[in-house]
Unconditional design. Structure first.
Lengths: 281, 272
């Protein structure tokens, strides 16, 4: 065996080893987080946690039912804004990729993606909370919805682009107008991927805290009125974590566990559904 | 082959109900460009109703472009332009005020690669043209779907699985589904751009037979690379070279007594 062959073999092993270690380094924090969350949070998870309002300050017991519902409502409100704007915007980018406007929109979406989330909160505060003189679920939904737009828009663009030109032409050649072709043929063909993109986007905003601080604000009670302050899991976790009470600390861990499970669950379900769709083709 | 003749008779009957009129086409000085590229350089051609007209010519000569000028699909390509007149039953489809969408309803098209709508069932594919034009009546849809699938000689193979995805069919069946889809909106002309080039010989033969049958009701223009196919399927053949129509005549005349030297060279395989 020549020396150069040996050297090549060792370099090969070295590179493989380093990349493997890097992969482990990426995954370790994730698993550590999951591990700690599970170990500390599971203890405080019980039926009360999912069904009860928070207890009085310092008293043990109570739960985060209103915060869980609040997060779902906030995400729903955000979807109301972010999904239609994102999907239609992304479709526009895909269908008119070279237009001037598309270039501007794409740039803005990228900029929006990079804007710190607390700034989104400030924005919603300025245009909804100040004029209405009220913290509100709607303001929280607005902040989260704006954050959702660029994610949904860019994934929609990618997916709609993947729809083969031959499918569009088939429809146009049948004498179906362009806008109908888009709505009834192109978008349904892309629907699976678009939904996956939306779900990932929703999972991401579900855990956002900063944009809610001075919009949704938090609430110790039930609230279904979009114009009133509303509880949210991340806010509740924050409030409990900085409190001086032992029981609330444990509940904060439990809340974090629920939030992470929600996000992880959505991501895994989306992947599984996407994988199944690919198999069907 | 009594089998095919019988199927043939059925096809014609169903096509006759769907198609109430076949249009003649007259292309006058048709030019086409992709950006700066001058692809068609003044094509004059008369296409008779209820005949199969074949367009032959070497790759890149402009056959597909010419076809796509006949149903105003060419202008959909970014940067594409055209000029000249295309008369359908005497009326220019490029006249100001003519809606290209309406033109495409009257002139159906079948593409080189079968392209059924991937999210739709066999039934939905055949019904797509009517549905997307606003037809809701279930009875009308059922009837048209069956009739167009019969007219495309596909009904017997799919009648028990109309709910399955259109993409679950074989390539040849998919192409007949695309023909059914085009027939369902009662076109006056059917354009076929190398409809069999992605198919095996048996499936190719079925498409050719179908084209012949349909031509009893419908005007058919078929682009093909395959000289034997043009000879088998068409009544009239036009030869395009470098964006110009070199010669057009009865298929018999073109293949036995071409008038132009270049046509002769091409059909005898000396170039292209
Ligand atoms: N979308 C397009 N953009 C730019 N140029 C194009 C486009 N489509 C075709 N062309 C060019 O136009 C010319 C004619 O193309 P066309 O597709 O009409 O040829 P064709 O005769 O159908 O060829 P083939 O037998 O290979 O299908 C070719 O030179 C081709 O390169
Ligand atoms: Mg072609």
């Amino acid at each position: 065996m020549s020396r150069s062959y040996l050297r090549r073999r060792w370099t090969d092993r070295l590179v493989a080893g380093v990349t493997f270690l890097c992969a482990v380094a990426v995954l370790t924090p994730l698993f550590l987080i999951l591990f700690f969350l599970a170990r500390t949070g599971v203890g405080a998870l019980n039926l009360d946690f999912f069904t009860h309002l928070p207890g009085a300050a310092g008293e043990p017991g109570g739960g985060m039912a209103n915060a869980i519902a609040g997060t779902l409502l906030l995400v729903g409100l955000a979807a109301l804004l972010g999904v239609p704007v994102g999907v239609l915007g992304g479709t526009f980018l895909a269908e008119y990729p070279t237009s001037r406007l598309a270039g501007v929109v794409r740039l803005l979406a990228d900029v929006m993606n990079g804007v710190p989330s607390i700034v989104m909160g400030l924005f919603a505060y300025t245009i909804l909370v100040l004029p209405l003189r009220h913290f509100s679920a709607a303001a929280g939904g607005l902040a989260l919805g704006i954050m959702l737009i660029p994610t949904v828009m860019r994934t929609t663009e990618e997916i709609v682009r993947l729809v083969p030109q031959s499918v569009r032409e088939a429809s146009l050649a049948l004498g179906i107008p362009q806008w109908r072709t888009l709505l009834r043929v192109v978008l349904p063909t892309a629907a699976g991927g678009i939904v996956a993109g939306i779900m990932v986007g929703l999972a991401r905003i579900a855990g956002e805290t900063a944009p809610l601080l001075f919009t949704a604000l938090g609430n110790r009670f039930w609230n279904w009125d979009p114009l009133q302050p509303i509880a949210a899991l991340p806010l509740q976790i924050f409030a409990y974590a900085v409190s001086p009470f032992e029981d609330w600390h444990r509940q904060a861990w439990a809340g974090a566990l629920v939030l992470v499970s929600l996000v992880l669950g959505i991501n895994i379900a989306t992947r599984a559904a996407a994988a199944r769709q690919v198999k069907l083709r | 082959m009594p089998d095919t003749t019988q199927a043939g008779v059925a096809v014609t009957a169903d096509a006759a109900v769907l198609i109430d009129h076949a249009a003649g086409i007259e292309a006058q000085d048709v030019h086409a460009w992709f950006d700066r590229l001058h692809v068609l350089r003044g094509v004059f051609m008369t296409i008779a109703p209820r005949r199969v007209t074949a367009i032959i010519g070497p790759s890149g000569c402009g056959k597909s472009t010419f076809l796509r000028c006949l149903n105003r699909m060419h202008e959909l390509v970014p940067g594409a332009r055209s000029s000249g007149r295309v008369l359908m039953d005497g009326d220019d489809i490029y006249a100001p005020g003519v809606d290209p969408v309406q033109v495409r309803r009257r002139v159906g098209m079948v593409f080189q690669k079968p392209n059924p709508f991937p999210t739709m069932s066999i039934y939905d594919n055949a019904a797509a043209g009517l549905r997307l034009a606003g037809e809701r009546d279930r009875r009308v849809l059922d009837e048209t779907v069956e009739r167009s699938l019969r007219a495309a000689a596909l009904w017997d193979e799919v009648k028990d699985r109309l709910g399955r995805p259109g993409t679950s069919l074989s390539g040849g069946q998919q192409q007949r589904l695309c023909i059914a889809r085009a027939l369902a909106v009662s076109p006056e002309v059917l354009l076929m751009d190398e409809p069999a080039s992605a198919l095996d010989p048996a499936a190719t033969l079925r498409i050719e037979e179908l084209a012949r049958e349909l031509a009893r009701q419908l005007t058919i223009v078929i682009v093909t690379h395959n000289m034997q196919q043009a000879a088998r399927v068409s009544d009239v053949t036009g030869f395009i070279l470098d964006g110009e129509l070199v010669e057009v005549g009865t298929t018999d005349q073109i293949f036995t007594r071409p008038r132009d030297r270049r046509t002769e060279d091409y059909i005898t395989g000396r170039f292209g």
